[in-house]
Design a protein around this ligand. Structure first.
Ligand SMILES: Cc1cc2nc3c(=O)[nH]c(=O)nc-3n(C[C@H](O)[C@H](O)[C@H](O)COP(=O)(O)OP(=O)(O)OC[C@H]3O[C@@H](n4cnc5c(N)ncnc54)[C@H](O)[C@@H]3O)c2cc1C
Length: 307
């Protein structure tokens, strides 16, 4: 399983394959399981359907590692447009951005400028902005950028990865800011020197970090448990009850198209359920990371090839 995961993660980062593979029709068909479509309108329609099931949403416009200043600025403008559209339709939909999509590879100042364009609009509309976390070499710059923005606007949240050894320390550092943290297991290929490799170790660290957040939620920490691991979710729900927290004191987040039955059940049981909906043309690396999370998904792709 590790070999399959590593191969898929290698494919997701290979420049040539990133350009050629998305052209195959069967791959384009297979991706529709994880995203409602390439356009903002597709995401908006999906959010409207989920709203009817008491599920809130968060949009991400797919893209990463932008190397042109104008392109990075255009991404910020597109996010501003999506905030306007969300507001117009009165959706409970926030947005989630990747800093390398906003130009972090070019310069931190440029990225911060683009992020602030989005955050200023979100502030005017009363919406919230999440910051994704990418490969480990971006973590310091992502946290520094988050802190700068968080001081100016409180409704900005940050994603942290439970597979990194450093995350425990990062979380302690962020707790005094009353941060909103989306805790995930982590989706990239990282070396054993800095990341837990065994699933059981990642899960144990996820549980520890989530508990730290829940214990601090009365002091302002706000946790989004972002996983499809129902065993972990049920365990954390039990611990939250034991701590005297209500269902509204934390949020559960999942990705569009994964564990859909559980998403509906949790929402029907009164939990705050938020689904991350991705859209955009640049879906290939993101999609291959979804395959790597569950290599059995590759059979689904092959089925589309032979269909
Ligand atoms: C809202 C949200 C935001 C995220 N943002 C980031 C981010 O910014 N940075 C980052 O590194 N990672 C991010 N991730 C991805 C995350 O790191 C994991 O890679 C991903 O969530 C899979 O791990 P898991 O927690 O579901 O646990 P796992 O132990 O991998 O999975 C638990 C169970 O969920 C199901 N499942 C999980 N993944 C899939 C899949 N792809 N297809 C089908 N079934 C599946 C399977 O039944 C599996 O047994 C995000 C995830 C979510 C839900």
């Amino acid at each position: 399983m590790t070999i399959a995961r590593n191969t898929l993660l290698w494919i997701s980062e290979n420049r040539k394959l990133r350009q050629t593979l998305p052209k195959y029709k069967f791959i384009r068909k297979a991706v529709s399981r994880f995203m409602p479509g390439e356009k903002l309108e597709d995401a908006l329609r999906a959010a409207e359907i989920l709203r009817q099931q008491s599920i809130t949403t968060v949009f991400t416009h797919l893209g990463e590692n932008v190397t042109d200043e104008g392109d990075a600025r255009a991404v910020a403008e597109e996010y501003v447009d999506s905030l306007e559209e969300i507001h117009k339709r009165k959706l409970e939909t926030s947005i989630s951005v990747k800093l390398t999509h906003l130009g972090l590879d070019l310069s931190q100042e440029l990225c911060l400028r683009n992020l602030m364009t989005i955050v200023e609009r979100a502030r005017a509309l009363g919406n919230e902005v999440w910051i994704d976390i990418e490969q480990s070499h971006y973590v310091d710059r992502t946290i520094a950028t988050y802190k700068t923005v968080r001081h100016q606007y409180p409704k900005v949240g940050l994603c942290l990865q439970a597979y990194l050894h450093r995350t425990e320390k990062d979380l302690e550092d962020l707790l005094p800011l009353s941060s909103a943290i989306r805790l995930v297991k982590g989706a990239y290929k990282e070396p054993a020197s800095i990341a837990f490799k065994r699933k059981s170790d990642v899960d144990a660290n996820f549980f520890r970090l989530a508990m730290r957040m829940l214990e601090n939620s009365k002091q302002g920490a706000s946790l989004a448990i972002a996983t499809h691991d129902m065993q972990l979710i049920r365990r954390l729900i039990g611990e939250a009850q034991r701590l005297g927290l209500s269902k509204g004191d934390y949020e559960i987040q999942m990705l569009y198209g994964i564990q859909t039955g559980e998403q509906l059940r949790l929402a029907a049981d009164g939990y705050r359920m938020r689904i991350l909906i991705s859209y955009g043309l640049y879906w290939f690396p993101w999609y291959v990371r979804r395959l790597a999370e569950r290599p059995a998904n590759v059979f689904f792709v092959l089925k589309k090839l032979f269909a």
